[in-house]
Design a protein around this ligand. Sequence first.
Ligand code: NAD
Length: 473
Amino acid sequence: MSKQGEVSFLESVNKNFDKAASYTDIPKGLLQQIKVCNAVYEINFPVRIGNQIQVINAYRAQHSHHRLPTKGGIRYSQHVNKDEVEALAALMTYKCAIVDVPFGGAKGGVKINPWSYNEEQLERITRRYTSELIRKNFIGPGIDVPAPDYGTGPREMAWILDTYVTFKGGEIDAAGCVTGKPVNQNGIRGRNEATGRGVFYGLRELCNTEDAMKKIGLTKGLEGKTVVIQGMGNVGSFTGSIMQNEGGIKVIGVAEYEGSIYDAKGIDVDKLIKFRKETGSIIGFPGTKNLGSRDAALELECDILIPAALENQITKDNAKKIKAKIIGEAANGPVSADAEEILVKKGVLIVPDMYLNAGGVTVSYFEWLKNLSHMRFGRMEKRFDSNTYSSFVGVVEKLTQKTIGAREKEFLTRGADEIDLVRSGLEETMINSFQQIWETYKRKKKIESLRSAAFVVALDKVSNDYQNLGIFP
Ligand code: NAD
């Protein structure tokens, strides 16, 4: 969705690519191969809705086959088009490279407004879309693995798996054909919260980086920072809730489709999510001021602005009015390339989407590995670890002649469950990747933004992969 007079989302991604490419010494032909979309499948299929047949337009773009399978979410939105899907697929390639997830990038889109169909109709659309992908070999655990995105969630992923299994009976790794599934249907604990939790780890790492905070005149640490969030869907709500409960930040503004609200004392995100579920709106949440327009919250004075809705929300039209010191791109492409130039000149630190929202694909990778191994993480070692820690505690008690309390003992002797391992793997990934981006940003003096630094990290890794394949000398 691009605003008038603004370059399209795909042009924005390519403009950012070209800028970052100029900081590398990757040969021109190889850069061109990395940039182009390798394959796009556009489908128009019929679905019966009530007494009528509706023709649904849909896409699956596989941006890069340098690693297989390709991976990327499926979006349900009336704004879906070929350019948007290609742009999102390209971001997936760079994102996977940044967080060392060994997949090429992909993205799917179905051009519908999901909120104007009932559950049965959505199921019919999802199943038909999946069978079209199967027919053209555009889905499979070793081919292309979808996941949730805007307008889709675990329910749609379960329908995709069931359709796949119906067609491919007996395929032993079939469960790995899609990720983001419900936990009781071959999903993994922690996938639903993963993108939001990754945003939290990423922003915490940035705020713990002394040089970065000095640069923008903020104190070190996440605690106490004021935050505004746009979009209270999957990503926005988990980001807000986890950052508030585990990071000690204060959410002072929230924007949703129906409008935006403000409270300088802080908005309880968990209560707000419950309130919106019950009333259908964030407007009227006790203690908050209605700011009138949907976009008004974006212009609030705050430390961190987190756009978590859609692309092209901060454009050259409103970039000058943004007062945040940090923009954490939880959504894909929320800041246009034109807006970024204005914001970088103003000294705003933009933490780019291709790093910050990579928590979703990281945990999707863990889910895929779980599906291929046919076993829950922690099953083999949990009890063994717990017994070893118990023996160790026993030895300490014997040597010190002191008894350790029951609660401490329980904490010290716990073996890790799946959720503990997923969260720890995600935390490690987000910290490592941030350090790689920050090092590149500091080392290459000419690089003007964290986005260019993240791109350089991604381009170096993808070009290495191509060279290892022996296609490019
Ligand atoms: P979602 O459908 O769960 O939530 C999006 C929310 O944004 C909805 O509540 C919607 O009402 C709101 N919204 C739409 N337009 C708005 C506007 N103009 N102003 C304010 N609010 C608006 O979608 P999601 O899965 O949370 O995805 C959000 C963004 O994060 C997308 O850009 C998506 O590509 C990206 N993303 C999602 C995941 C994931 O795991 N779900 C992973 C990586 C990136």
